[in-house]
Design a binder for this molecule. Structure first.
Ligand code: UD1
Ligand code: UDP
Length: 362
């Protein structure tokens, strides 16, 4: 079976490369990897970490391009590349523009589509934007839906999909490659004994006033609690950088840095008191590691983590962020409930399960 695996952004690489390593172990698969370059440095670093060289490499990223421009560029690209690669199956992940365009192109050409991390839903097309649309569209054309959890599987059944499997999330498999008991780094040294709080924020629906408000809430937290040290690896989107630098200009207990490598990020996350984020994947990793997640969003498609007590939805209003975070972190009982490691997103065998499913679907 010829499989073309499509990867466009950092989180797709983190969640797909362990799977590609697994698929390459099986002689019945001919695996080709396509990097769309929707992201640049953040993506290439993950390929290097997993020691995989893409067979097809495109460079779709343009500074501050619109979603339409990105979509047009990617659809043109896939139109050509799918002819050249001639796969039996296109393997896509999640909900990015790269995954959406690869799926649509494959659908037009009658090529089978397998969707990893299928079935996540907030049921709100504006949040996350445009990812909720992308995931629904991809699942509409997917032939094999690989749902990470039972909840995702139920969503797909309700939408009338029939070929659905529950596999766990491959991001947990990824942690097997990165976690290091002996980890040390100058970033950790900067904390100088203070408790680490990780911060990330990048979602399109949060850009602008919502991001400013949430970050001002974090600023208040840091002013009130000098026993905390915040590490903020900043997404390269200029719309994030500007607000970040402005909000924290005079704050001493924060380090704003370039995106961290996956090795650094996972190891620092596992040593953190908590994470404040609007990310998707970090909700899963942190829940597995027992690091409380304070979610800077109004919705989550990872409801299992919220129901299990690992994730608290704070939204983006600065006061709600400050009060929600501080009331939990100052309460030992509440904090320890949120700090229980959880297997709701998987236990590290998702890649093996997916390989078996694809083998039996030949
Ligand atoms: C994309 C995904 C989102 C995912 C995120 C992971 C879509 C619609 N969204 O959002 O689901 O959570 O990746 O980080 O696919 N930029 C750079 N260098 C980079 C990457 C981005 O400079 O390596 C800047 C560019 O100005 C670019 C902007 O950030 O135009 C936005 O990047 P884009 O890939 O369109 O969206 P993300 O916000 O990263
Ligand atoms: N991540 C990373 N370096 C960073 C920040 C995040 O390697 O500086 C990893 C993180 O471990 C997770 C993924 O990037 O696996 C999440 O990416 P992001 O939040 O950009 O996208 P999302 O998951 O929201 O789609």
């Amino acid at each position: 079976m010829r499989i073309l695996a499509v990867i466009g952004t950092r989180p797709e690489a983190i969640k797909m490369l362990p799977l590609i390593i697994e698929l390459k172990k099986h002689p019945s698969f001919d695996v080709f990897v396509c990097s769309t370059g929707q992201h640049t440095d953040m993506l290439n670093g993950v390929f290097e970490y997993f020691n995989i060289e893409p067979d097809y490499r495109f460079c779709a990223m343009r500074k501050e391009q619109s979603l339409s421009e990105l979509t047009i560029r990617l659809l043109r690209y896939f139109d050509e590349i799918l002819e050249d690669a001639n796969p039996d199956t296109v393997l896509v992940h999640g909900d990015t523009t790269s995954a959406f365009c690869a799926s649509l192109s494959a659908f037009y050409k009658g090529i089978k589509i397998a969707h990893v991390e299928a079935g996540l839903r907030t049921f709100n097309k504006s949040s996350p934007f445009p990812e909720e649309f992308n995931r629904v569209a991809i699942d509409t054309v997917a032939d094999i839906c690989l749902a990470p959890t039972e909840e995702a599987k139920c969503n797909l059944y309700k939408e009338g999909k029939s070929v659905v499997f529950t596999t766990g999330n491959t991001v947990i498999d990824s942690l097997n490659y990165t976690l290091d008991r002996g980890y040390s780094s100058p970033v950790l040294d900067d904390a100088n004994g203070r408790k680490i709080v990780l911060l990330t924020m990048h979602r399109r629906e949060n850009l602008g006033d919502r991001m400013r408000s949430a970050l001002l809430g974090v600023r208040d937290i840091l002013l009130l609690r000098d026993d905390l040290f915040c590490i903020f690896p900043c997404h390269p989107n200029p719309a994030v950088r500007e607000v970040a630098e402005d909000c924290f200009a005079d704050i001493k207990n924060i380090k704003i840095c370039e995106p961290l490598s996956i090795y650094d990020f996972h190891n620092i996350l596992s040593r953190s008191l908590a994470v404040l984020t609007d990310s998707g994947g970090i909700q899963e990793e942190a829940s597995f590691l027992g690091v409380p997640v304070f979610l800077l969003r109004d919705t989550t498609e990872r409801k299992e983590g919220e129901q299990n007590g690992n994730i608290a939805l704070l939204g983006t209003d600065g006061r709600a962020v400050r009060d929600g975070f501080l009331s939990t972190v100052s309460d030992t009982e509440k904090l320890s409930k949120m700090s229980k490691p959880s297997l709701v997103f998987g236990n590290g065998d998702a890649c093996e399960k997916i390989a078996k499913i694809l083998l039996s679907s030949k």
